[in-house]
Write a protein that binds this ligand. Structure first.
Ligand code: ADE
Length: 225
């Protein structure tokens, strides 16, 4: 799978993909990440990609031409399966969106800045608008990093333990159960004895019950789905 990112700040997006799972996904050849700097398609030699908004008001808007020219050039040979715009007014990202996107071949993520991008680009090119939560970031880059990580880690073959993505929180509309490692006792707190029982059926049943209890307490909204 190839994920391309169009941004005015590619520097913000180097480190997030150089470690851990994203690094492994790329080394295994399962994920290719390409960063494109929008300035390459600036309208003048000053690198201009934004302008004042019609109707007045504070904040600049990312202009049509640089974005349209960039997208046209990037998909001259083959089309993107999805063109995603990161924006706080998009659909809130959920596990099922990441699951769907992890099955695509080639996607483009557009990072907005300033007041956002000209609406006509959204109408003409964008296939999905995604928010990572009800708060406003200073640009789409960190949101794009979150999206790429959520997608990249579930691309088949990326995780060492193939089953572990399936036991993540949200994969089955349940939060993950609590986990414990050594030592058996820490500051007076014990590991639940059932986890030491060596009985896989009982352990699985306990984990299910814990997951359900935790979800009922913390996120009853996802249980309703
Ligand atoms: N850009 C700014 N804030 C954002 C958010 N919450 N989600 C996605 N993109 C954004």
């Amino acid at each position: 799978m190839t994920i391309e990112i169009l941004t005015v700040l590619p520097e913000l997006l180097t480190s997030p993909f150089e470690h851990s799972m994203m690094k492994r996904a790329q080394e295994k050849g399962l994920l290719t990440i390409k960063l494109h700097t929008l300035r390459k398609w600036a309208i003048n030699k000053h690198g201009q990609v934004d302008d004042y908004q019609y109707g007045g008001g504070a904040g600049m808007v990312m202009m049509c031409e640089p974005l349209a020219n960039a997208i046209d050039e990037l998909q001259a040979e083959s089309k993107f399966d999805e063109i995603i715009f990161m924006t706080p007014d998009g659909k809130t990202l959920e596990q099922r969106d990441a699951n769907t996107l992890s099955l695509k071949n080639r996607i483009l993520i557009i990072c907005g800045h300033y007041k956002g991008i000209d609406q006509r680009i959204r109408n003409l090119y964008v296939t999905r608008e995604i928010s990572i939560g009800d708060y406003v970031l200073s640009g789409g880059e960190l949101a794009a990093a979150v999206l790429v990580d959520a997608i990249g880690r579930i691309i088949p073959g990326v995780l060492n333990d193939e089953t572990s993505a399936l036991t993540d929180s949200f994969q089955d509309n349940l939060l993950a159960p609590p986990v414990f490692s050594r030592p058996v006792e820490f500051r007076g707190l014990q590991v639940p004895p059932i986890l030491l029982s060596g009985d896989p059926k009982k352990i699985e049943a306990w984990r299910q019950a814990q997951a359900l209890e935790r979800t009922q307490k913390r996120r009853p909204d996802i249980l309703d789905q």
